[in-house]
Design a protein around this ligand. Structure first.
Ligand SMILES: [Fe+2]
Length: 293
């Protein structure tokens, strides 16, 4: 039985049925999921408990994993809970206990509560991200996704013309400073110096334009910083109105796949005294199924 992708009635996302993500996929199933991603940009797979190895194997069927070096000050290698290739978005420290309030990683990752596109601060931005829920809090901790294609389509013609050729500067420093996290070393500031990406992207698969916004975007080439910041804030507000948003309420065993080139997302608040263990695998933006970079 081939996999089936069905649109959600209430949002732009799709849900995938008839699949076991822990088993190798047939080529036609990979193609059906890629086609579902091109159409929906966010796909939900319910009831898919995965080990890290299975999550990596599933992810690799859709392209090349993102690879980059993280400066040692954010999280030293010996502080990692998980193997390379699987990013830890939990509130657990290496010993399995809850992160404490003064944990630098916890504070740093609170930046994920702002609307963003994964790795927009890197020269090669992320393609698909896949987040697997291993443990979820009893309340809160949802993830919201916003459709940047629909948000673009809804802009008036004057705005579309104004932004067509704009280039933004993205840096992890911008999103961290936005939440008051200024505690960055000289090495981190050097590592995260701004990179440039076009504000309007054209998806080569569909021909659709989308807004490439992110909390990491903190400047527009040729604009003053204050003008750029208020403009980007306005655009983000417009682009994340409820009609463009899908809110995912996590259950253990959920896997959600999204395309960072055509969506933004943000994590929502939860009680930090409860465990939230979600793990992400990420494809580089030049992977198969990619739109224009
Ligand atoms: Fe993210």
């Amino acid at each position: 039985m081939p996999v089936v992708v069905r649109p959600m009635s209430s949002a732009f996302a799709g849900e995938v049925f008839g699949i076991d993500c822990a088993a190798p996929l047939e080529a036609e199933d990979v193609a059906a999921i890629d086609a579902g991603m091109a159409r929906h940009a966010v796909l939900v797979f319910r009831g898919q408990p995965l080990s890290d190895e299975r999550q990596l194997a599933f992810t690799r069927q859709f392209g090349e994993l993102e690879r980059y070096a993280t400066p040692g000050h954010i999280r030293k290698r010996d502080e990692e809970r998980l193997d390379p290739g699987v990013a830890d978005f939990s509130n657990l420290s290496r010993d399995g206990g809850l992160m404490t309030l003064d944990n630098r990683i916890w504070l740093f990752k609170l930046g994920d509560r702002l609307w963003h596109s994964d790795s927009s601060f890197r020269p090669v931005t992320a393609g698909y991200s896949l987040l697997s829920a291993r443990a979820v809090p009893t309340r809160g901790g949802d993830t919201e996704f916003a459709d940047m294609r629909a948000a673009y389509d809804a802009l008036d013609d004057d705005t579309k013309a104004e932004i067509e050729d704009l280039v933004c500067e993205h840096s992890l420093i911008y999103s961290r400073e936005a939440i008051g996290f200024f505690d960055l070393t000289a090495e981190e500031r050097e590592h995260f110096r701004p990179v440039r990406h076009r504000l309007v992207r054209v998806d080569a698969r569909t021909g659709r334009r989308s807004l490439f916004l992110s909390a990491h975007a903190g400047a527009i080439v040729g604009w003053t910083i204050p003008e750029a910041r208020v403009f980007l804030r306005d655009l983000t507000e417009q682009a994340t109105q409820p009609q463009f948003v899908y809110r995912h309420h996590w259950r253990v065993g959920d896997l959600v796949m999204w395309d960072n080139r055509t969506t933004m997302h943000r994590a929502r608040r939860f009680d930090r005294n409860e465990v939230r263990d979600v793990r992400r695998t990420t494809l580089a933006g030049s992977s198969r199924g990619a739109g224009e970079e």
